[in-house]
Design a protein around this ligand. Structure first.
Ligand SMILES: NC(=O)C1=CN([C@@H]2O[C@H](COP(=O)(O)OP(=O)(O)OC[C@H]3O[C@@H](n4cnc5c(N)ncnc54)[C@H](O)[C@@H]3O)[C@@H](O)[C@H]2O)C=CC1
Ligand SMILES: CC(=O)C(=O)O
Ligand SMILES: [Mg+2]
Length: 632
């Protein structure tokens, strides 16, 4: 593919810092200042300048109670004087290191992960700088609290642990008002929105407005691991109702108490929201998250060429899983170019399953080792809850049973799933029989259902492969298709293992350690659990007008290249969570390069600036900076 062959040239150019000053400088539409009450005022949207001084219209308790401004006990005497907070905090000025000691001790005193979640949420609501400092310093330990698996439990309990609002809710009762409502958000600067309709929260199903914990968690990772500024992120729930009867009957539930809107009503609701958002923030990056199939695909297809957006479950999952498979090839002593010789089974034919397989197909086609796209499809076998996708589900010859529009006709497959149908194999074959028959090298699970990878299925994988690649990718950990312990036990310790939620490494009977990897799309967004945090960061930094498949392909390659040969030998495919910020900056740099190459970047580097360095300098770093009261 052109992209692959031109990569070296592109990178060389970029690193020579000669990405030219394109016509534009920054093609951002500035929004008139409508808020007299804005607490935060930053006239330049320059992340580097943001690191030096913050100007604010607020004073007194308004500063103390604004989590983006507050330093708690760390305000200097001078600041206390000029911001009118003298006497409102204890007398001793205590710097961040002491504050960190206190919050870490308190955190360690929490009894359970959900208590830790509540403690961290409260800290985030009080002092975001301290919250991010803590999270970054203990990313390995805390990623699993602010995101999967604990965020899953927090979403289920969201209505009962509710303390304080964060983000924005747009509900069915707001129809006709959204273009005014968007101005209720107190910040003009929004770089990234993560939005969900709560219809498929991890593998936990429809959680309605409780789904808000997912955009909050993902955006916290964006900031901590992806280097996006905290005040430039906006978590959003589109509350179109819920079909979850338990929530509907719970008096504490905080969302709309009616069944979900669907069909035309649903799509016009989302359209009104997108239009409202684009009016206020025309260059914002929108990440669609945890939308049920087929809405997830339909929205992506509707908006991907109109606005800067992507679907995390479809596209970022695809990037990180492809990265995992490419790294696993190297771990097996093969080359990434051997991808098209693989036989891959994907259990789960929804947004994530289809998205992941599309990414693998894109890569096979880009590598030029398959005769055609159709030829590539032959190498992937897809199953849903009925078994292998086959002709009975297609209702062959009856086009009325194939999805035509937003609504999928029950019992049929849509055009994306149809590509994987294997007419030569018995229809609805079960996983165990299929493994016996096709002897796959890679087994992917994206079903949301625990136990789908049975002992027999995994043992049969192990019979046919020296190093079977077993990826139970469903979240949270309680919904993974098998556990790490099972995968290593049933393969006599030979599995190459990656899961969506973190699992501990496994002590093997032979004294060795079975290495686990976390293969989660947050790795690839702005690159974090990083592919997603990195893509986001790259898009934000280059102000790319569109998010393209090439950006995700490049992300996958970037992540697959990170593990060292000795790590690969041990079964380590990705750098640990503690490396996320590093990975994010690498991925973001590559994504920026693609944006420049594809002519999509709206922001160029200054003469002499080096892309990689610029990306690193632009990443948010949680440090207290002097606060200055700004008189209007
Ligand atoms: N590791 C990661 O980064 C990511 C993981 N996921 C996980 O993937 C899972 C699925 O997500 P989506 O595709 O968005 O959901 P979805 O609802 O669109 O698709 C689920 C698919 O699983 C199939 N399925 C259900 N029960 C099954 C069974 N017993 N056997 C075989 N197939 C079965 C369904 O037919 C459907 O095709 C969720 O648990 C989610 O947490 C999703 C995105 C990213
Ligand atoms: C990781 C993720 O996005 C999911 O499980 O939905
Ligand atoms: Mg998701």
């Amino acid at each position: 593919m052109a992209l692959a062959s031109s990569r070296f040239l592109l990178r060389t150019q970029a690193h020579r810092a000669t990405v030219k000053n394109h016509s534009n400088s920054i093609a951002r539409t500035s929004t008139p200042l409508l808020h007299t009450q804005r607490s935060y005022y930053s006239p330049y949207r320059d992340p580097i300048r943001d690191k030096t001084v913050h100007m604010t219209l607020s004073r007194g308790v308004n500063v103390l109670h604004d989590p983006l401004l507050s330093k708690g006990t760390a305000f200097s005497i001078d600041e206390r004087e000029r911001l009118s907070i003298r006497g409102l905090v204890p007398p001793r000025c205590q710097e961040m290191d002491k504050q960190l000691l206190r919050v870490k001790r308190n955190l360690d005193g929490c009894d359970s992960p959900i208590d830790k979640f509540v403690f961290l949420a409260a800290l985030q609501d009080r002092n975001e700088t301290l919250f991010y400092k803590l999270v970054i310093e203990h990313l390995e330990e805390l990623a699993g609290i602010i995101y999967t698996p604990t965020v899953g439990l927090a979403s289920e309990k969201s209505h009962s642990i509710y303390r304080r609002s964060r983000g924005m809710y747009f509900s069915s009762q707001d129809r006709g008002n959204m273009s005014a409502m968007v101005y209720n958000w107190p910040h003009d600067e929004v770089d990234v929105i993560v939005v969900t309709d709560g219809s498929r929260v991890l593998g936990l199903g429809d959680l309605g407005a409780n789904g808000m914990q997912i955009p909050i968690g993902k955006l916290s990772l964006y900031v901590a691991a992806g280097g996006i500024r905290p005040r430039a992120v906006l978590p959003v729930v589109l509350d179109v109702g819920t079909n979850n009867k338990t929530l509907l009957n719970d008096p504490l539930y905080l969302g709309m108490g009616h069944p979900r809107l669907d069909g035309e009503e649903y799509y016009s609701f989302v359209e009104e929201w997108v239009t409202a958002i684009m009016t206020r923030w025309p260059n914002v990056l929108i990440q669609f998250e945890d939308f049920k199939y087929p809405h997830a695909y339909n929205l992506l297809n509707k908006y991907r060429d109109r606005i800067t957006c992507f679907n995390d479950d479809i596209q970022s999952t695809s990037a990180i899983t492809l990265a995992g498979i490419l790294a696993a090839l190297k771990a097996r002593g093969l080359s990434q170019e051997d991808l098209s010789n693989e036989r891959i089974i994907c259990v789960g034919a929804g947004s994530a399953g289809v998205g992941v397989c599309e990414g693998i197909i894109d890569c096979m086609v880009a590598q030029g080792k398959v005769k055609s796209r159709e030829d590539a499809y032959r190498r992937i076998y897809m199953l849903d809850q009925h078994g292998l996708l086959g002709n009975s589900a297609v209702a062959a010859g009856d086009p009325s049973r194939i999805m035509q529009g937003p609504e999928r006709v029950k019992g049929s497959l849509d055009e994306r799933q149809l590509c994987y149908v294997k007419p030569d194999l018995p229809d609805r074959m079960n996983l165990e029989e299929l493994i016996e028959q096709v002897k796959p090298t890679v087994l992917l699970g994206l079903t949301g259902i625990a136990g789908v990878f049975t002992e027999k299925a995994v043992r049969t994988m192990a019979q046919h492969n020296e190093k079977p690649v077993i990826f139970p990718l469903s979240n949270p950990d309680t919904h993974a298709e098998c556990t790490a312990e099972q995968a290593f036990k049933w393969t006599d310790g030979r599995a190459i293992f990656a899961s969506g939620s973190p699992f501990d490494d496994v002590q093997l009977p032979n004294g060795k350690i079975g290495r686990t990897n976390q293969c989660n799309n947050s790795y690839s967004f702005p690159v974090s659990t990083s592919s997603n945090s990195g893509v986001g960061l790259g898009v934000v930094i280059s102000r790319a007008s569109r998010v393209t498949p090439e950006m995700f392909l490049e992300t996958a390659r970037a992540i697959a290249d990170i593990a060292t040969p000795s790590q690969l030998k041990e079964g380590i495919l990705f750098p640990g969570v503690s490396q996320l910020r590093n990975v994010s900056s690498k991925v973001a740099t590559r994504v920026c390069e693609v944006a420049y190459q594809q002519g999509l970047a709206q922001k160029s580097l200054k003469e002499g600036e080096i892309l990689g360095e610029f990306v690193e300098k632009s990443m948010y770093d949680p440090e207290y900076v002097p606060l200055v009261h700004h008189h209007q």
